[in-house]
Design a protein around this ligand. Sequence first.
Ligand code: PLP
Ligand code: LYS
Length: 414
Amino acid sequence: MNTLHRIDGRLHLEGVALDTLAERYGTPLYVYSRQALESAYQAYSDAFAATPHLICYAVKANSSLAILNVFARLGAGFDIVSGGELARVLAAGGDPGKVVFSGVGKTADEMHAALEAGILCFNVESVSELHRLNRVASELGKVAPVSFRVNPDVDPKTHPYISTGLKENKFGVPIADAPALYRLAASLPHLQVTGIDCHIGSQLTDLSPLADAADRVLALVDALAAEGIALHHIDLGGGVGIRYHDETPPDLAAYGRTLAARFAGRREKLLLEPGRSLVGNAGLLLTRVEYLKPGEDKNFAIVDAAMNDLMRPALYEAYHEIVAIDERPTPAKRYDIVGPICETGDFLGFARYLAIEEGDLLALLSAGAYGMSMASNYNSRPRAAEVLINRNEIYLIRERETKDSLMAGERLAD
Ligand SMILES: Cc1ncc(COP(=O)(O)O)c(C=O)c1O
Ligand SMILES: N[C@@H](CCCC[NH3+])C(=O)O
């Protein structure tokens, strides 16, 4: 569904003209389409309809309460990586019984909170974590449901910073060690082995690494079953990429068919942990051009959004399409789109052809994932506001931070 479209040259998201949002709420402003969120979720439900499954939305991609609430209402589960994310899921009305807890550094307090909440499963990433979880569960008189996150040593063919399933990455346990670890887990009194998990990386544009990882995990599940260790679910993580520029993202229906063929006749439920592919293309970042700075070699457009609002370009040299909200008839010029932060790395896009003037509005597209959730206050910049659109309805889902909120919790020393 194309929720982003022009009417008389003015860019709209669903039924709302984006310039009216900038007037009302200021910029930089994150804007999301509820219909785009719902149709992305529906695409997963349709693609995996043949396999009993649960979609556990990866909260880190966009952890705003209203976004979590949209997915909770659709029946989603959640993949969390911290006690903070657990608190958000609960505050947003998520079902703790559909929560899986990933991450290499779970603290005892976080385990405690997740056990009290009654989550579906802990995705354990090391033997030390296994012992800690057994101890925390015993202190609470509970039994913790566990999966191991196995590292299948598959190259996801994505940016090295977002590859997670290679031997040299910090994530998971080596797949070869898993049988011994499952035996150990099965012997610990406060643990119940329920599943297996794997997540090999993010922004994958090729299905074959996902299929290879699934095959390695399924072979392990069968070997465990032969030993009498039967699992209830198989979690194949997230990672499906989206189109930012000219990528061809994996076809979800094809991914669904690939897994349906592998799961036919199996008794374990499939879990998936998609993040980016549910929210990435449902959001944009609205920003205003503060200054145009023509130069000998290049022209700069200095905008009011910066790397603190959207750090993906600075961190991964990631590409986000940048479009003008109002089309001007004047010829386009080439600009580097940069923010006001005192870092050379504070760029949002290089060599973009735009017909713009000072004061114009721009949209950075595909900013729904890892945008607001990675925003910071660097250079003491209050974080942006967020708006959710539903047809013609407009909801301010997060207020813009103020100077006071910037300094909240700080105090002077004696
Ligand atoms: C454990 C885990 N699950 C799921 C995800 C979501 O990944 P993606 O946004 O690529 O779908 C991530 C992030 O890469 C992750 O670390
Ligand atoms: N933050 C990354 C994705 C990392 C996924 C987390 N495991 C991005 O913006 O693309």
